[in-house]
Design a protein around this ligand. Structure first.
Ligand code: PMP
Length: 383
């Protein structure tokens, strides 16, 4: 993983050598026995990674995370339903807009940029308005804010509200136990901590969420409809023939490998690995003199204010030092910060993480940023 610039944006990310190799296959028939076996193994792997039992339903559909968000929004919510969006950044805005387009009455609880939403406000909104569903972004990639998904799911159970989590920048890195926590949907995309190239939307629906789809008055668009996909996914899990829309026959075998790596490691170890990497990276950033935009920092990425003397001009200098990081994303503060992803395969490789700290320090210093790279490396090595 050292010959090319390291891809340290918050997705897409570096993938493991085994997953990379698995994407280099000739496209098979979607009815080929080996493809069906891969699909079945991938769906079983999802149940382990999501921590959801046999009554939950995994979905894997070709498309981006945004397609997954739209599928969930349109399968759970009818026009006229009241829904609550816990909004911690750009992806909360996106979810709210999708729900408005669906004709829902959208209530939102937001926070200052970089802050989490107080749980008490959520509890009051649930009790006062009895929304049909709550939508939250586990980690908002635009702000680096992580919400307390377990507490939000528990509040929803108290009021019999469906709970939906956008885990696109969190799933398979931030602790989440869908069935134990009573969360109804956890959705993600392939290009983040799952560890694949972009191209798949993945989500797991609880029995309650499946019932909510069946109870809709206004069916979702056909290509997003869970009831169109359900027989196909059930057939693949049993390695039998099914067809609704041609599945991505190279990405699914790679998904089997990526999920297989996570299952072999075990989810507690996967979550601990991300926590350890985040602790190390965030200690190094603080020692370098960088301030976090987020007051509730995620383990998957760091959103960091540009230090005195530096701006987005530093991005090419950081790339010249061998590492690609991302600029700001939230429109209100876009030029004030940059973002570094630390999820997936790189978190198994301390050398790659150290190289990231070095390249950021070198690039920032090259454009006149006031940073202390030696202190950052010392902090990194001390952990
Ligand atoms: N939600 C979150 C939290 C994300 O990070 C992203 C992607 N950055 C999306 C939604 C949208 O996913 P995609 O770009 O795959 O459509």
């Amino acid at each position: 993983m050292s010959a090319h610039p390291l891809l340290m944006i918050p997705g897409p990310i570096e993938i493991s050598d085994a997953v990379f190799a698995a994407t280099h296959i000739r496209p098979a028939s979607h009815l080929d026995p080996s493809f069906k076996a891969s699909f079945a193994a991938a769906l079983r792997g999802m149940r382990t990674v999501w921590q959801a039992g046999p009554h939950h339903q995994p979905f894997v559909v070709a498309g981006g995370g945004t397609l997954g968000m739209e599928s969930v929004a349109t399968n759970l919510v009818d026009p006229g339903h009241t829904v609550l969006v816990v909004n911690t950044g750009v992806f909360g805005d996106r979810m709210a807009e999708m729900l408005r387009r669906r004709g829902a009455n959208v209530l939102q609880i937001g926070a200052e940029i970089g802050h989490d939403v107080p749980l008490e406000s959520v509890r009051s909104a649930l009790h006062d308005h009895h929304p049909h569903a709550l939508f939250a972004t586990h980690v908002d990639t635009s702000t680096g804010v992580r919400v307390d998904a377990q507490a939000l799911a528990a509040l929803c159970r108290e009021t019999d509200t469906l709970s939906v989590f956008d885990g696109i920048c969190a799933t398979a890195a931030e602790t989440f136990a869908q069935e134990d926590w009573g969360a109804d949907v956890l959705l993600t995309a392939s290009q983040k901590a799952i560890g694949l190239p972009p191209g798949l939307a993945l989500w797991m629906a609880s029995p309650r969420a499946m019932d909510a789809r069946r109870a809709l008055d206004c069916p979702p668009p056909m290509s997003l409809d869970w009831l169109q996909w359900l027989p196909v996914l059930q057939a693949y899990e049993h390695e039998t023939n099914a067809y609704f829309s041609t599945p991505p026959t190279t990405l699914i075998p790679a998904l089997e490998v990526a999920l297989g790596e996570l299952v072999a490691e075990g989810m507690p170890a996967v979550f601990a690995r991300h926590e350890a990497a985040a602790t190390r990276m965030q200690a190094a950033f603080a020692a370098m003199g960088l301030t976090s935009l987020s007051t509730a920092p995620a383990r998957t990425l760091s959103a960091l204010l540009w230090p005195k003397g530096a701006s987005a001009d530093a991005l090419p200098a950081i790339k010249a030092a061998g590492v690609i990081v991302a600029g700001g994303l939230h429109p209100a503060r876009k030029t004030a910060y940059f973002r570094v992803g630390h999820m997936g395969a790189v978190t198994r490789d301390p050398t790659a993480l150290r190289r990231t700290i070095e390249a950021i320090g070198t690039g920032l210093a090259a454009v006149g940023g006031q940073v202390d790279l030696a202190a950052a490396l010392e902090a990194f090595d001390a952990r």
